[in-house]
Design a protein around this ligand. Structure first.
Ligand code: UTP
Length: 306
């Protein structure tokens, strides 16, 4: 095994948030889907909080049209802060200021949304040759089930790149990137990825391990992305670049490992999953939970019968 102390640390996170969010139209006509509220915080704030909790305080957000709302959310809101402070509303003031203090935020425009691989490639200059994390802005990992810190630990131990894997119903695998894997000695939750295929038909899928929206990437991915032609849906797919890296050894930017995630995760760009996220997180909140659970119980027992 290579000496992990020789590896460069992971200090930066890239958050692609430039997709068109077509599954959520018309809500996403003038608002990025990453700004849709999950209870009372936009989905993107959970993602930035997750990166900060894993020690990544330098965050580059890849934005597109409608980027103003995203930038404003992580910036000061002087009028609002002044008003709340004049009213002595310390609790709301704290909540307004929270998003500003999380991390050092940077922004880059993707231009045309040519796919996730393309969104990652525009981060090259900012990342400056170090391994880095990628957190998809519409993928919410429950804060109680940490994943990113483990992925960084595995990357520091094994080098190369690390993806997050989740077991899904084989009937659902066509919605995800899918990984063929073999076991490693690093633990039951760590696999070597031997192949990757984007959104395969169930019959062609090499496994039911789906790639979810967290990555720790070796910077060689940028060289590979430059050579990656548009794939499925005419988009430059990150999966295709990772597939190439999975065939390489460490001196050449490979290999790719997967960390198996068994916690709670929501795709907030999908309407049904978005609703599940809100119901679950609201029901479990100390402030809203008691009232909401009482209503929910009643709703399920009366309205949902038959
Ligand atoms: P999705 O495929 O879920 O985003 O990309 P989308 O294209 O906006 O969604 P639909 O299918 O039209 O509803 C996953 C993540 O990658 C970002 C998205 O913002 C999302 O966070 N993304 C995707 C980009 O930043 N740029 C792209 O060109 C594509």
């Amino acid at each position: 095994m290579t000496n992990k102390h020789a590896r460069q640390p992971v200090t930066k996170a890239v958050v692609p948030a430039a997709g068109l969010g077509t599954r959520f139209l018309p809500a996403t006509k003038a608002t990025p889907k990453e700004m849709l509220p999950v209870v009372d915080k936009p989905a993107i704030q959970y993602v930035v909080e997750e990166a900060a909790a894993a020690g990544l305080s330098d965050i580059l957000m890849v934005t597109g049209r409608n980027k103003r709302a995203l930038e404003d959310h992580f910036d000061r809101a002087y009028e609002l802060e002044e008003l709340l402070s004049r009213k002595g509303d310390q609790e709301r003031l704290r909540r307004v200021q929270e998003s500003v203090q999380l991390a050092s935020m940077h922004y880059v425009r993707q231009g045309d949304p040519k796919g996730l691989g393309h969104a990652v490639s525009v981060a090259e200059q900012h990342v400056a040759g170090q391994p880095f994390a990628v957190l998809l802005g519409d993928d919410l990992i429950d804060p109680r089930d940490p994943l990113l810190a483990r992925m960084i630990e595995v990357q520091q131990e094994l080098g190369g790149s690390v993806v997050a894997l989740m077991e899904v119903d084989p009937a659902q695998i066509h919605l995800y990137g899918c990984a063929a894997v073999k076991s490693t000695e690093l633990g039951e939750d760590v696999f070597q990825v031997t192949d990757l295929v984007e959104k395969p038909d169930t019959a062609d899928a090499p496994s039911n391990y789906a790639v979810i929206g967290r990555y720790v990437l070796d910077p060689t991915v940028f060289d590979v992305l430059r050579e990656t032609p548009p794939g499925r849906g005419g988009e430059i797919q990150l999966t295709d670049a990772l597939r190439e890296l999975a065939t390489r050894d460490e001196s050449d930017g490979g290999p790719v490992h997967g960390v198996l995630f068994k916690g709670r995760r929501y795709d907030t760009g999908d309407r049904a999953d978005y609703l599940r996220a809100i119901v679950r997180l609201a029901a479990e909140r100390d402030d809203l939970g008691p009232e909401f659970r009482t209503w929910l119980r009643q709703f399920v027992s009366t309205e949902m019968q038959g």
